[in-house]
Design a protein around this ligand. Structure first.
Ligand SMILES: NC(=O)c1ccc[n+]([C@@H]2O[C@H](COP(=O)([O-])OP(=O)(O)OC[C@H]3O[C@@H](n4cnc5c(N)ncnc54)[C@H](OP(=O)(O)O)[C@@H]3O)[C@@H](O)[C@H]2O)c1
Length: 245
């Protein structure tokens, strides 16, 4: 019988999700992850990173398969945390963001499939296991879900705003299962998702630096700890204060 706590992290092949998976492993948790690519070979050396399931969360059949395979790994045991991290901010080769006046509507659907519907489907698919673990869900939202952002298109921003709203609704529904649900809204974090143009934001960030993936991972981990046992339905801004200006 597995004695370690278990977390599922989506989008763990790079960026924020990779740092979140690494933080949970450092804390001795067993980690189950997914993304479209495999995880780097050296990560596989960690015995806590027991399972990475190659999955495209935009595809319904992949989501269903991932839920089935991960629940089979849990084998009727508890799940203590689900981190809905995988997300996309689509852009064309000439940096155009998906907006109301441009881009295909199908593109909007794909953004919402990954950024909004995947967290909903996974929360539903792992509800029983989370109930057994009296676990916590963390939805990775964005500062762009709250304020018009010059580089984030409206498809991305509204999908994140919807995920913030879903977090509130989920918190109440999942409270009946003993499961807490919170959101974590990063600001400008150095990852593959952002371009060097983002350095221009630094004068608008009270802490005068961009965030690191470890800044986000630490908060995600703490939100799943007992220190936050009485916190649900809230959204933590990991922005260096950028959301205040
Ligand atoms: N970086 C920032 O400044 C920032 C700010 C605000 C919010 N966020 C949010 O933070 C989260 C992580 O962002 P990041 O900056 O770390 O992004 P990233 O570096 O682009 O990483 C995204 C992760 O999601 C996975 N992914 C993408 N599409 C997927 C799909 N269809 N199915 C499964 N996995 C998929 C990617 O792996 P594969 O390519 O292998 O699938 C990758 O592991 C996102 O939700 C993002 O919206 C980031």
């Amino acid at each position: 019988m597995e004695t370690k706590k278990t977390v599922i992290v989506t989008g763990a092949s790079q960026g924020i999700g990779h740092a979140i998976a690494a933080r949970f492993m450092r804390e001795g948790w067993r980690v189950i992850t997914c993304s479209r690519q495999d995880v780097p070979e050296h990560c596989r050396m960690d015995p806590n990173w027991a399972h990475h399931i190659v999955t495209d969360l935009v595809k319904d059949e992949d989501v269903t398969r991932f839920i089935g395979e991960a629940n089979a790994i849990l084998n009727g045991g508890p799940l203590h945390a689900l981190i809905n991290n995988a997300g996309v901010s689509p852009k064309t080769s000439f940096k155009e963001r998906l907006g109301v006046l441009n881009g295909p509507i199908q593109g909007w659907r794909e953004v919402f499939d990954l950024n909004f519907f995947a967290p909903l489907k996974l929360a539903r698919g792992f509800a029983s296991a989370l109930n057994r673990g009296k676990g916590a869900i963390v939805n990775i939202t964005s500062i762009a879900g709250h304020y018009v952002h010059p580089f984030a298109g409206s498809a991305y921003s509204t999908s994140k705003a919807a995920l913030s709203g879903l977090t509130r609704e989920m918190a109440v529904e999942f409270a009946q299962l003993g499961v807490r649900v919170n959101a974590l809204a990063p600001g400008e974090i150095k990852t593959g998702m952002i371009s060097p143009d983002y350095e221009a934001f630094i004068p608008r960030i009270p802490l005068e630096r961009m965030g690191s993936t470890d800044d986000v991972a630490g908060v995600a981990f703490r939100l799943c700890s007992d220190d936050f046992a009485y916190v649900t339905g809230t959204e933590v801004f990991v922005t260096g204060g950028q959301h205040l200006l």
